[in-house]
Ligand binder design. Structure first.
Ligand code: NAI
Ligand code: MG
Length: 341
């Protein structure tokens, strides 16, 4: 029986996670839910952003849904980002961020790409120091993590039926760190690619990749890259699926996975019941596809989302998606699930 640890977090995390759980429950009625806490409010109450019990609960369930958390923009003594802590403590080394055209007015047609972001090191290794005049951040790249993320990207490419795996880096300026990433990733990909497989391995500098994601996203397939580049490029790419409210992701380790909408806690709209739950709903679909090995469940949820959005595009009752409340969008998707085969 699948078990899911639900970490609502802060802000709209508390609004979109119940919606995603409701949709998942409609598909997997025997799903067992365990609630756990993390985030800014948890830090204020307990002095840590991720309590040990939360880590234990995720490990025990093997799967989690994380809403979003708020993080202070300045250093706060004792505070460590909850999502970074979860990713690092739980060995969730891959962040899978697909961007597919959705039937909404702001999306671009024929986009179907996946960004596979290294999730545990790089610029987010947490090694920053300052003497007040000079501030230094250390960027950690290891051959071990570079190899693992490349192999995982190949796995994602195979599941997607992809044709091109692009290593994105900045080895011209960072030859030591990104040179190691690029060379290790390329060697691992060449080693794993079976002679009868016909996908190609290529590479691109990160600034060119940023341009290509804006100019011709339909030409990109699977991208593998380091932590900071993946973070930035995936937010940029999210525009083509229709925006932050629609962009899902999955943090994927060896035996653990944590579904997470790409967006944050959205304090500007939190508490008003108007957050779009689709990013969270598509994130649990990813959990079903990649981690639980239930592609049929994932597909039904995705079809229901598409159908709900198509219904929305027709504007049948005169209102478009941005005017609908979280519970109305959820109901629309639940209704479509009945027909989504
Ligand atoms: P954000 O993603 O929370 O919001 C950016 C914009 O998108 C806002 O205008 C917001 O209203 C809108 N938006 C986001 N999700 C939406 C949804 N589901 N439906 C409708 N509109 C949506 O990013 P922002 O404002 O930069 O950060 C706010 C807080 O979230 C900060 O404390 C930041 O540290 C945190 N954050 C947390 C993340 C996480 O938990 N994984 C990721 C990014 C930011
Ligand atoms: Mg981001």
């Amino acid at each position: 029986m699948p078990r899911l640890c639900v970490i609502e977090g802060d802000g709209i995390g508390r609004e979109v996670t119940p919606a995603a759980v409701e949709v998942l429950r409609a598909m997997v009625p025997e799903l067992e839910i365990v609630q756990a806490s993390a985030g800014w409010q948890t830090f204020q109450e307990c002095g840590v952003s991720v309590p040990q019990e939360t880590l234990a609960a995720v490990r025990e369930c093997g799967a989690a849904l994380f809403g979003a958390v708020s993080s202070p923009a300045r250093k706060v003594a004792g505070y460590r980002s909850a999502i970074l802590t979860l990713r690092q403590e739980l060995g969730l080394y891959a962040n899978i961020r697909p961007v597919c055209s959705l039937p909404v007015v702001s999306a671009r047609d024929n986009v179907n790409l996946v960004i596979v972001r290294e999730n545990t090191e790089g610029m987010y290794a947490g090694r920053e120091r300052s003497d007040g005049k000079t501030a230094i951040a250390e960027r950690v790249i290891t051959a071990h993590a570079s190899r693992k993320i490349a192999l995982r990207a190949a796995e994602v490419l195979r599941l997607k039926g992809g044709r091109r795996l692009t290593i994105v880096h900045k080895a011209n300026i960072l030859p030591v760190t990104d040179g190691l990433f690029r060379d290790t990733a390329r060697a691992a990909l060449e080693e794993t690619r079976h002679p009868c497989e016909d996908w190609e391995i290529d590479e691109m500098l990160v600034d060119t990749a940023a341009y290509q994601l804006a100019a011709a996203p339909q030409n990109l397939d699977v991208i593998v890259t380091t932590n900071l580049f993946g973070d930035i490029l995936s937010d940029e790419a999210a525009h083509w699926c229709g925006g932050m409210g629609l962009a899902p992701s999955l943090n994927w380790g060896e035996d653990l996975a944590l579904a997470e909408p790409v967006h944050g806690s959205a304090p500007d709209i939190a508490g008003r019941g108007i957050a779009n739950p689709i990013a969270a709903i598509l994130s649990v679909a990813m959990l079903a596809r990649y981690h639980w090995g239930l592609p049929a469940v994932a597909e039904r949820i995705e079809i229901a989302v598409h159908q709900a959005l198509e219904w929305d595009l027709t504007g049948r009752d005169g209102r478009m998606l941005p005017d609908l409340r979280t519970d109305e969008v959820t109901k629309l998707i639940l209704k479509q699930l009945e027909y989504a085969y």
